[in-house]
Write a protein that binds this ligand. Structure first.
Ligand code: NAP
Ligand code: GDP
Length: 318
């Protein structure tokens, strides 16, 4: 990116967007770059006119497209139709305007939870469209899969450089710590904080047996900036820690309890859904490009997230 670039980050105030902002402001920004971090107050991207107005205002040359309706297992179970319709509209608007305004490159965000439920492991980038996703989040999954279809279509018909990344479960500062709507790690952090404060028991939902690969938002941010600058493929790339670093929900909860110094009683509520048992993803493609990339150790990143939550308790989303 030699010329002056205006990089618009949609969803720039959320978990991933704020991590990109942190990384950009802590050494990654280049002299020829202007970064804009937009949220829904800057315009509703599910509305075409509002999306066009945002593009007219910022005239982006590059886009990291994060804006989406997002939630953990329990929000997905309740609102599958909304996840499909709202995210489909947002993605169609953002990519249509990117084409209309001749944006040079767009990096959009898929997720490992959109892969077929019945599959072989590890999952890799070639398998997105192989079969139906898990029932719990079919709306979110089909909307996300269509980004890959749009990217291929815009490339084959118009030569656009629109690509996507596939992160695993993300966590970090500025996450949504809401117990019903958020993902597992922020939910467990909020629960541990309240249980420690109130002297109540700490409840892990489900059996604790499902397995997940977690990526720290600030590691993901560094990788997404690399994708924006260096990655030339239209096909997506999985951004994940290795398969060996997959942990059970129970083990993840124990890391949270250690970081919170929680000493009370721990129980499981097996009446709650376990969701998808696992979605183990291969990071071989990433490792071919970046063999030396260092992920933040899980316990360290959990501690940083817990400390952020405690320090920002009053204003955190919860
Ligand atoms: P998040 O914290 O919930 O942030 C969502 C962002 O999108 C916010 O800035 C929000 O703005 C914006 N937004 C939502 N609806 C919008 C609309 N209609 N118009 C304009 N902006 C809108 O989400 P996140 O966890 O950072 O996720 C970012 C991306 O990563 C998403 O595409 C998500 O699907 C993907 N991803 C997330 C995870 C994960 O574990 N969190 C895993 C894999 C992939 P307001 O706050 O103003 O509403
Ligand atoms: P997923 O990875 O897309 O399924 O979504 P989540 O991040 O919400 O993780 C869901 C998994 O964590 C399921 O196995 C849940 O049973 C388990 N879990 C345990 N405690 C919690 C909690 O407090 N909140 C959430 N969201 N999930 C929890």
């Amino acid at each position: 990116m030699a010329d002056k670039s205006v990089i618009l980050v949609t969803g720039g105030t959320g978990l991933v967007g704020s991590a990109i902002k942190y990384v950009v402001e802590n050494g990654e920004k280049r002299a020829n770059e202007e970064w804009v971090f937009a949220c829904s107050k800057d315009g509703d991207l599910s509305d075409t006119d509002s999306t066009r107005a945002m593009f007219e205002k910022y005239k982006p040359t590059h886009i990291i497209h994060l804006a989406a309706m997002v939630g953990g297992l329990f929000r997905n179970l309740k609102y599958n139709l909304d996840f499909f319709r709202i995210n489909s509209k947002i993605n169609d608007n953002v990519l249509a305007m990117s084409h209309e305004f001749k944006v040079k490159k767009v990096v959009s965000c898929l997720s490992t939870c959109i892969f077929p439920d019945k599959t072989t492991y590890p999952i890799d980038e070639t398998m997105i469209h192989n079969g139906p996703p898990h029932n719990s989040n079919f709306g979110y999954s089909y909307a996300k899969r269509m980004i890959d279809v749009l990217n291929k279509g815009y490339n084959s018909m118009h030569g656009c450089e629109f690509t996507s990344v596939i992160p695993t479960n993300v966590y970090g500062p500025n996450d949504n710590f809401d117990l019903e709507d958020g993902h597992v790690l922020p939910g467990l952090i909020n629960k541990a904080y309240c249980a420690e404060r109130d002297g109540t028991e700490f409840v892990i939902w489900g059996t604790g047996a499902p397995r997940r690969q977690f990526i720290y938002s600030r590691d993901l941010a560094r990788l997404m900036i690399w994708v924006l600058r260096e990655y030339k493929e239209i096909d997506p790339i999985i951004l994940s820690v290795s398969e060996a670093e997959e942990v059970s929900i129970k083990d993840a909860a124990m890391s949270v309890l250690k970081a919170c110094d929680f000493k009370g009683k721990v129980t499981f509520d097996a009446s709650k859904s376990d969701g998808q048992f696992k979605k183990t993803a291969s990071n071989n493609k990433l490792r071919k490009y970046l063999p030396d990339f260092k992920f933040t150790p899980f316990d360290q990143a959990i501690k940083e997230t817990v400390d952020w939550f405690v320090q920002n308790y009053e204003t955190a989303r919860k």
